[in-house]
Design a protein around this ligand. Structure first.
Ligand SMILES: Cc1cc2nc3c(=O)[nH]c(=O)nc-3n(C[C@H](O)[C@H](O)[C@H](O)COP(=O)(O)OP(=O)(O)OC[C@H]3O[C@@H](n4cnc5c(N)ncnc54)[C@H](O)[C@@H]3O)c2cc1C
Length: 485
């Protein structure tokens, strides 16, 4: 990155130091802009944060990233973290699903909603003979001409209700914590729509994909060989990224942005942030307003809406219309001997029809080594989401009781856990409801009318780590294209 000349370089403020914000700041700085990142938490990474103590390594939110898209992997490599890349352990590259009270393996080759190997569907103990037959008939189901469809409608139409309820719903809920009757296929899972349109069926499309190795894994969902983390924890990525940005002259401020105004330049209004910044390099601002030629907003959409309302009411209304769901993650550590199940998978997903009190369990210490002290195991239990919003609001004791009761019944965990930790994520997961793509289109058009403005983050075009990095880069390019010199 060239060192900007502080006296002449145009100024950019990036709001939010999540991964989308860091990506935007990097691109602006590389173009010679004097760049400042402002973050209310006073640290880089946003929701990505790792907690390390007494031999435990607990990810507060994301615990891995897709490696078949380039953005995250390229960043990790650019920051010199190659030696830290840790793929999901081979022994854990499968998922379990609860069916009629018992645990079953997700049939081999079943990719989120694509029955890749019919032989494994036939052998599976999860579906009834009628349910299996219906999946087999998928290739004869006519294609739809609709531009968009809900996940539930798409999966029931193509695979039948049983496969939807027992497999697709829990697998997708684990990723999106969404209501499948509202989740937009076009916004959240466009590759599967494209597959149907191109090949006539998911089965035929998967055959072609495997023959041509077309790289569709990029948005297809859980295939555990395509995911990796960092040995020392995922937040090593933003920590190292912030250090690199600081070395190249990017200022990092700990403050809460309350408004973005526009006269001949942007005015970014700051309020003191709550809590001191940890030892992160984020400094307290010396003024309550920053002036800039370009501004890039990367916070969750409702926050961005509140900031931008004074510049564009229609843009603020569109952003405020993006729904978010909350969840809670209860992290539980046990002595290995206290859990009867071998935990020989990446985790367990739970269909809604099973009427349990949790959504999924991730077997953290099976996915990656060194997540628990020797002789212990670490699990992360997910509760809440769009279909069970109250669960995320329960008090700590009730959440822990729910999680421990469920892992006792489902996985044979006995005794008290040696580690308990609750991560609450209030309104952290954007919901791409039907019509989301249209809304994103309108948002882009409205942003274009504000020269020098860019908008990024998980609320728009993908929640995964590579996708939010891509969105930060795209927002920076957008600001550069429209800025008035
Ligand atoms: C529980 C959970 C598990 C997940 N698991 C995975 C996974 O395994 N793999 C994966 O790829 N993705 C996963 N994700 C998704 C992924 O981690 C996120 O979508 C992504 O990191 C979001 O990045 P972002 O930059 O859009 O926003 P954020 O990370 O939300 O960052 C936004 C930043 O804006 C700041 N901010 C907010 N308001 C203000 C303000 N007024 N002024 C200044 N700053 C402000 C915040 O402090 C924050 O730092 C998970 C998400 C959650 C919640």
């Amino acid at each position: 990155m060239p060192s900007p000349d502080p006296s002449h370089a145009p100024r950019c403020v990036v709001i939010g130091a999540g991964l989308s914000g860091l990506a935007a700041a990097e691109l602006m700085a590389s173009e010679g802009w004097q760049t400042t990142i402002v973050d209310a938490a006073g640290r880089g990474g946003g929701v990505v944060e790792t907690v390390r103590h007494d031999g435990w390594l607990v990810e507060r939110s994301a615990d891995n990233f897709l490696t078949t898209r380039p953005e995250a992997l390229d960043t990790v490599r650019r920051l010199g973290l190659d030696a830290e890349i840790l793929p999901v352990q081979a022994s854990a590259r499968r998922a379990l699903v609860l069916g009629r009270g018992r645990l079953h393996a997700v049939p081999a080759g079943f990719r989120l909603m694509v029955p890749g190997r019919l032989s494994s569907i036939l052998k599976s103990s999860l579906l009834t003979p009628a349910g299996k037959l219906r999946v087999m008939l998928e290739r004869f189901v006519p294609t739809s001409t609709a531009a968009d469809e809900s996940l539930e409608s798409f999966a029931v139409r193509r695979l039948g209700r049983e496969a939807f309820e027992r497999l697709v719903q829990p697998l997708v809920s684990g990723i999106w914590t969404a209501d499948p009757a509202r989740l937009s296929m076009a916004a959240a899972l466009p590759d599967f729509l494209a597959m149907e349109k191109r090949s006539g069926s998911l089965q035929a499309g998967e055959k072609t994909r495997l023959l041509t190795a077309s790289g569709m894994e990029g948005t297809a969902g859980a295939r555990y060989g395509n995911f990796a983390t960092l040995t020392s924890g995922l937040d090593t990525l933003p920590t190292r990224w912030c250090q690199a940005l600081r070395s190249s002259g990017v200022h990092q401020l700990h403050a809460r942005v309350t408004a973005v105004q526009r006269t001949d330049r942007f005015r970014i209004v700051l309020a003191p942030a709550q809590g001191p910044a940890a030892d992160t390099g984020f400094e307290s601002p010396s003024a309550s307003v920053l002036e800039a030629d370009a501004v890039i907003l990367t916070t969750p959409a409702p926050r961005a809406a509140a900031m931008i309302r004074g510049i564009s009411q229609p843009l603020a209304d569109e952003l405020a219309g993006i729904d978010y769901a909350g969840s809670a993650v209860v992290c539980l550590g046990y002595p290995r001997a206290a859990v009867a199940h071998p935990l020989d998978a990446a985790g367990l997903v739970i269909p809604r029809q099973e009427r349990r009190k949790i959504l999924a369990v991730s077997f953290s210490s099976s996915k990656f080594p060194r997540r628990a002290p020797a002789g212990s195991v670490l699990m992360r239990v997910f509760l809440g989401g769009a279909l069970d919003p109250e669960a995320a609001t329960l008090d700590d004791a009730t959440l822990i009781k729910r999680a421990t009761n469920e892992v006792a019944e489902l996985l044979g965990a006995t005794g008290s856990p040696t580690l308990t930790r609750i991560e609450r994520w209030e309104a952290a997961m954007p919901q791409y409801h039907l019509g989301h793509l249209g809304r994103v289109g309108r948002i882009k058009t409205l942003v274009e009318t504000i020269p020098g403005c860019g908008l990024a983050g998980a609320g728009l075009e993908g929640v995964g780590i590579p996708q939010v990095i891509a969105s930060g880069q795209a927002a920076a390019r957008q600001a550069l294209q429209t800025v008035e010199h």
